[in-house]
Write a protein that binds this ligand. Structure first.
Ligand SMILES: [Mn+2]
Length: 313
């Protein structure tokens, strides 16, 4: 089996690494440490350690689950009386993910099909590519919401088409993705003028971080109203480095945690939040107190708190 059990399950959920034995649950999580990598970059990269680093902070997230959680206005025990499923980590080969790409989609389709809220722990942003492929199994077209400093619209980088600079471009090619909204964009990244043009030609809505700091989130929320069901991909560098410092490309001027919180709740209300990933956490620089891993885990806890009681899909 390509799935390996985690050292500690997320929130101490039930571990089940056999996709064919997955029953329907309200919430499930899977680690996807690897994606296609670029020539000259280390493999596995630092972000590959993030699924285990985030799970290791479970005590800091919302335990014990019968205590009142003010972020979700309930208790996790009430929302998930039997907990959720931790599917472990999809490892594949650490030399060439290309051989494992189709198998990762098969596993992720089961993951999405068998959970009302499907969470994914990256990995770099390339892991979102098999995830959006797997969203084919959702009955209705999905609106993709990305929180990121960068638009990730490259068709290829050095010939690699499934790397961390391309997830939104790949998503735009899928007929079951009904639209794309990109939030927190700023600074410079992999995009050149032609990638901005490609995003505009597609009809992607881009909300820059600077605009949000000046005018607030109302325009973002108004744009997203009624467009669900949604899938949310969060690149940790979309948040301000003072909030999630342990990333490979820190970009000052990013979103605050409270912005993400408001967006999560809005997506759950406006057609349902079907799942989310958090990618690009770099554990080796998550010092001194693992705040980036804790924040990543907390975003997933809060998304479950918003989405599971309300999800309409
Ligand atoms: Mn990204």
């Amino acid at each position: 089996m390509p799935l390996l059990a985690p050292a500690r399950a997320f929130l101490d959920w039930t571990v089940n690494t056999d996709p064919d034995a997955w029953d329907p649950v309200d919430a499930a999580i899977i680690g996807l440490p690897l994606s296609e990598h670029y020539a000259g970059e280390p493999r596995p990269n630092d972000q590959a350690a993030a699924p285990e680093a985030i799970r290791a902070q479970s005590d800091q997230l919302c335990l014990p689950t019968d205590h009142w959680d003010f972020d979700i206005g309930s208790t996790m025990a009430q929302i998930l009386p039997h907990g959720g499923r931790d599917a472990g980590n999809f490892m594949g080969a650490d030399t060439d993910f290309g051989d494992d790409f189709d198998e990762s989609i098969r596993v992720l389709k089961r993951h999405v099909q068998q959970s009302r809220f499907a969470a994914v722990l990256g990995g770099d942003h390339g892991v979102t590519i098999p995830v959006v492929e797997a969203l084919e199994v959702v009955a209705r077209p999905i609106h993709l919401v990305q929180i990121d400093a960068h638009i990730d619209w490259r068709d290829e980088v050095g010939g690699a088409r499934r790397g961390y600079s391309s997830p939104i471009r790949r998503a735009s090619e899928l007929p079951w993705i009904s639209g794309i909204t990109q939030i927190g964009i700023r600074g410079t990244g992999s995009a050149r003028a032609q990638e901005i043009q490609a995003a505009r030609d597609y009809g992607a809505m881009i909300f820059g971080a600077d605009d949000i700091h000046e005018h607030g989130l109302n325009a973002v929320l108004a744009h997203l109203a009624g467009r669900g069901p949604f899938y949310l991909t969060v690149d940790a560098d979309g948040l301000d480095p003072s909030v999630m410092p342990a990333v490979m490309a820190p970009a000052p001027g990013g979103l605050r945690f409270e912005h993400v919180q408001r967006i999560l709740r809005h997506l759950a209300r406006e057609g349902g939040l079907r799942g989310m990933d958090v990618v690009e956490v770099a554990p080796s620089v998550d010092l001194p107190n693992a705040i980036t891993s804790i924040t990543a885990g907390r975003m997933i806890v809060n998304a479950i708190g918003a989405a599971v009681p309300d999800t309409s899909t």
